[in-house]
Design a protein around this ligand. Structure first.
Ligand code: G6P
Length: 475
């Protein structure tokens, strides 16, 4: 098999399997942010991407797609239940998002997680060139770095954690807390979204493994008595700002934004929420605040409409099924109480949309509501900011989303404080164009400066640096 200088490993491949024009299965680039993020990097080097093809028991040979070699990892129905729905999304996801939902600790899930992580590590170890780079992505694959290090001591390993890393008091619940930290520490560079995530990780390392940490570095004792240095620090991820700016200039998309407002009955203010349907996103809190504003008569149907896009996510996990029921009950009640024949209070869409439609929605929205209870970064916030080149629009942003570190000029809110959220919505609705512009200008500067290309470059530069240190030490 040809060898790749840079191998990315993620739970999912960057493509979706669809039915082609001739009815045969075909592949299409998936819309996710990470895919766009790494697309440019991968095309510049000899790259490979190891990941799951999105369906159970799909055995596909490696293939080339847009200049990148894709290496599918096959997962059985049972492995998906135990490794993906179970340990990844029933244990780690809720634990790392501050136990908003109760994590379930199940030994059979852990066993499957170890087994599947090994399969990913083995697949990558077979394609990476001697002395090459492997960049592991996210919480589904925390054991892969150490497994890879054992299989291929010659390579440089990076790991990026897209979700929060919790405070030690919560992390300590994990029955496998030692093994997970050892797994992550197999990487030379461990990246986090926020400075506070990196801090939480370092504290766990000190408490559980007793390793010494200093600033961004961790001293990792080696079996031969020497120590190795690992880096753990923040690399806040971003978006391909330029591509959003270009879409926002497209006359067809701009016309669509106008049409959306018309189709909503031309309310004077359009509020927008765009999330995966996930309990971390604070959708219920947002609906509660909006419902109360209608009840209090502070906003009127017809005057203000909330569009809530909740894209379907992880439907096999019980907490997600329960959340969907709750949200749909709440939306139904609010609309039942306040809708008129002409106007709806909440236009709820349990659907995913192509990027063009998302940009039209962002353009159509006067106020963007990002009220996550906990979120690694939240790229929707950055996308909303990027498309508003006219500096109009208000971003209401939870302080518990990673994006709040960079977008401090947003209207920051604590989503648990319903009265505070209601006041913030009113402030957003009533904000003067001058204030909108001042805030938006400063946020756009940040998003345009720290785009995803820069994020990738910063991380890979640190991997490069480690490789040159290693080469220098060996010569
Ligand atoms: C979050 C995670 C990603 C994950 C995505 C979609 O953004 O950080 O790793 O891919 O959600 O979730 P899914 O379970 O559908 O892959």
């Amino acid at each position: 098999m040809p060898e790749a200088e840079l191998v990315v490993i993620a739970n999912r491949l960057p493509v979706d399997r669809i039915a082609g024009d001739d009815g045969e299965p075909a592949w299409r680039r998936s819309p996710g942010g990470l895919v766009t993020a790494l697309e440019q990097v991968m095309q510049k080097v000899d790259g490979a991407w190891v990941g799951w093809a999105g369906k159970a028991d799909l055995d596909v040979e490696p293939f080339d797609f847009d200049g990148t070699r894709l290496v599918p990892v096959s997962l059985s129905e049972e492995e998906l239940e135990d490794y993906y729905e179970g340990f990844s999304n029933g244990t780690i996801w809720p634990l790392y998002h501050d136990v908003i939902a109760t994590p379930v600790y199940k030994r059979s899930w852990w066993d499957a997680y170890v087994r599947v992580n090994r399969r990913f590590a083995e697949a990558a170890s077979e394609v990476v060139a001697p002395g090459g780079f492997v960049w592991v992505q996210d919480y589904q694959l925390q054991l892969v770095p150490q497994m890879l290090r054992e299989l291929r001591p010659d390579i440089v390993i990076g790991y990026f954690h897209h979700i929060p890393f919790p405070a030690y008091g919560l992390y300590a619940q994990l029955p496998w807390r030692r093994q997970v930290l050892e797994g992550l520490l197999g990487a030379d560079v461990i990246g986090f979204q926020r400075v506070s995530d990196a801090g939480n990780f370092q504290r766990s390392i000190r408490r559980v493994l007793r390793h010494q940490t200093k600033s961004d570095t961790i001293s990792v004792p080696q079996p031969d008595g020497t120590t190795r240095t690992a880096i753990a620090k923040a690399y806040p991820i971003s978006i391909d700002a330029q591509s959003f700016i270009e879409l926002a200039q497209d006359p067809a998309i701009r016309a669509r934004a106008v049409e959306i407002r018309e189709q909503l009955g031309n309310p004077s203010k359009v509020l927008l929420g765009v999330d995966r349907l996930d309990y971390t996103k604070g959708i219920r809190h947002r609906l509660k605040a909006f419902g109360e504003l209608l009840e209090d008569g502070r906003v009127e149907v017809g005057d203000v409409t909330l569009v809530q896009v909740a894209s379907p996510s992880r439907p096999g996990v019980e907490a997600y099924q329960d959340l969907r029921d709750e949200i749909e009950l709440t939306v139904g009640r609010i609309n039942g109480d306040y809708d008129t024949i002409h106007h709806t209070a909440i236009r709820y869409l349990h659907q995913g949309f192509p990027r063009e439609e998302m940009v039209a929605l962002y353009l159509a929205a006067d106020v963007m509501l990002v009220t996550a209870l906990r979120d690694g970064m939240n790229l929707v916030a950055k996308e909303y900011v990027a498309v508003h080149a006219d500096n109009r629009g208000v971003l209401m942003l939870s302080e518990f989303a990673g994006a709040a570190d960079e977008l401090s000029s947003a209207l920051l809110v604590n989503p648990h404080d319903i009265d505070g959220m209601k006041d913030a919505v009113m402030r957003a609705i009533e904000m003067s164009p001058a204030e909108q512009s001042r805030r938006m200008r400063s946020m756009r500067r940040r998003v345009l400066e720290n785009d995803v290309e820069r994020w990738g470059r910063r991380f890979l530069a640190d991997l490069e640096h480690i490789r040159s240190q290693r080469t220098a030490a060996a010569s």
